[in-house]
Design a protein around this ligand. Structure first.
Ligand code: ADP
Length: 517
């Protein structure tokens, strides 16, 4: 199959969060299965260009549209670990992707709708006809709309379109005139059956447009598929998702087991295997190796060298992740004699300041370290060195850090929501068989919930050695690789292709004449 992903992030060159990891891991697995995969991304000035191989100009004169104006774009090609990437560099007076950031500009909607239009224009002009156009979240949700409403009328054909929702919180609400900028007549879409935002009726909603027009829609875990159809999880689009439930499917994300592999991880001082351990003795040996990484982390962060367990959090510091509960977990852990390491980055200045205060407070404590940064190398070391990872999210579409933790022999303590509920099973209370229980969970995102799970974990670490070793062994065995999700995506792609073929034959007798700017 020929698959084209159009996205705003890709690990390790342009990563903000899990979306980047998913693009990387899923595409690599699709390539491994023999499919032809291309990923189209903006050419951000802040990309890690050192990780791109063979960067060269692919298409020099690609004219794209912004309202009545046309702008030239250069399309670059490159490879990342065997993945073929196409980078869109607009020569636009607003310097859309030369801002030193991926998101967070006042005109993000303009930046990503322009990118969406240019990406599909490139595919059209280059004569590329993928079997699947797979887009991700609101930044590229306009692509299926553009395809259905504009490019099919130009005679352009792809097999089918798929939208993956990685997070419902961000939907791309915008004034209808935004669509005029990419060649559609915005006011034509301001109706409930099209793109009108359910809560702000004067605005369009790009994610809704993607849901309505893509042939298939996925969420990043089966539990999130259910949650997005409720008022708590749908962020206003629950009814749209209920109406479109026949084309909706939750597919659990994986992790790239080469990138996240403690046996080969270049960021670790002591590497160790986790998957095939079958005895307590082997787990003890694994822990001795982990202890070398722990020593390294403690030295690096100025933490005291003692037998205390390390509880860690590696996260974006945004309301979704329960930052107040992370703070609470820090205090509680220290109160119970443990150590705490937080690696967090926040795009919210007030939140950053709040955690800077926390950082100052614990700077000299030798028991807690608060690092306000994005640091891939340190994240790997923390996953390897910590004993437990806390994830007290208010909502979590899938979550990758719990899977990474399990892969690194670190026990997750997680709120039972979204994809966390699909992957972390409480050692004491889960209805799963004992062999599948792998962590500690709590239901309510409050201090009592955190205490209930964290206290049990700290107690078992200290006083229930046999139980702890068994828990580690069971957790480390789980295969979270993309081997499971990739075939699910492929069968969904087949469904999308069939659906698209059906709707094409239905529409064959009623050609639409559209104005293209
Ligand atoms: P989200 O996509 O909501 O941020 P996920 O759990 O799906 O959350 O994915 C988070 C990814 O980002 C993981 O690979 C995690 O290791 C990484 N990450 C999060 N915060 C940091 C940080 N401060 N430094 C380095 N990596 C981070």
């Amino acid at each position: 199959m020929y698959i084209v992903h159009i996205a705003s992030e890709l690990a390790p060159v342009a990563k903000v969060g899990g979306l980047a990891d998913v693009l990387y891991g899923l595409s690599k697995e699709q390539v491994r299965l023999g499919h032809t995969v291309e990923i189209i991304l903006p050419k951000y000035d802040c990309m890690h260009f050192d990780q791109l191989q063979n960067l060269k100009v692919e298409f020099r004169e690609l004219w794209s549209f912004d309202g009545p104006d046309r702008y030239n774009n250069t399309i670059w090609s490159a490879n990342i670990d065997g993945l073929r990437v196409l980078l869109v560099e607009p020569h636009h007076p607003q310097y859309f992707f030369s801002r030193g950031v991926i998101y967070g500009c006042h005109d993000d909607i303009d930046r990503f709708t322009y990118f969406s239009r240019t990406a599909i224009e490139y595919l059209f002009k280059a004569g590329k006809q993928p079997d699947i156009l797979h887009v991700h979240d609101w930044p590229t949700a306009a692509v299926p709309l553009l395809y259905k409403e504009m490019y099919t009328a130009l005679g352009y054909k792809v097999g089918g379109t798929v939208l993956t929702i990685h997070n419902m919180e961000h939907q791309g609400r915008c004034h209808p005139s935004i669509l005029n900028r990419i060649g559609l007549r915005g006011e034509n879409y301001l109706s409930p059956d099209k793109m009108q935002d359910p809560s702000m009726p004067n605005l369009l909603n790009l994610l809704k447009g993607g849901i309505e027009t893509a042939d298939r829609v996925t969420t990043v875990s089966p539990n999130y598929e259910k949650e997005v159809q409720t008022p708590e999880g749908g962020f206003g689009l629950q009814d749209v998702l209920v109406q479109n439930r026949r084309k909706l499917k939750g597919i659990l994300n994986g992790i790239d087991e080469e990138f996240w592999n403690p046996e080969l991880d270049r960021f670790l001082i002591e590497k160790y295997a986790t998957h095939a351990l079958t005895s307590e003795a082997q787990v003890e040996q694994m822990l001795e190796r982990k202890a070398e990484n722990k020593k390294q982390l403690r030295t690096h962060l100025g933490l005291k060298n003692d037998n205390a367990p390390i509880v860690a959090a590696v996260t974006r510091l945004v309301p979704q992740k329960g930052p107040h509960l992370i703070k609470h977990a820090l205090t509680r852990t220290l109160g119970k004699g443990g150590q705490f390491v937080l690696l967090g980055s926040s795009p919210i200045p007030a939140m950053h300041q709040e955690f800077e205060e926390l950082q100052r407070h614990y700077q000299e404590s030798g028991q807690a370290a608060v690092l306000l940064d994005k640091d891939e190398a340190l994240a790997h070391l923390i996953f390897a060195a910590a004993d437990m990872l806390i994830i007290p999210s208010l909502f979590e579409p899938c979550g990758l850090t719990q899977m990474i933790a399990l892969r690194y022999g670190t026990v997750p303590i997680a709120r039972r929501t979204g994809g966390l509920a699909d992957t972390v099973f409480d050692v004491d209370t889960s209805l799963k068989p004992l062999l599948e229980r792998n962590g500690y969970t709590f239901d309510f995102p409050d201090a009592e919930g955190v205490n209930w799970a964290l206290d049990r974990a700290l107690h078992d670490f200290k006083s229930e050695r046999k139980k702890w070793l068994a828990l580690l062994m069971h957790g480390m065995r789980v295969d979270f690789s993309w081997k499971h999700a990739a075939p699910e995506y492929l069968s969904l792609y087949q469904e999308a292709i069939q659906k698209n073929a059906k709707s094409k034959s239905k529409n064959a007798t009623t050609p639409k004449i559209l104005k293209i700017s």
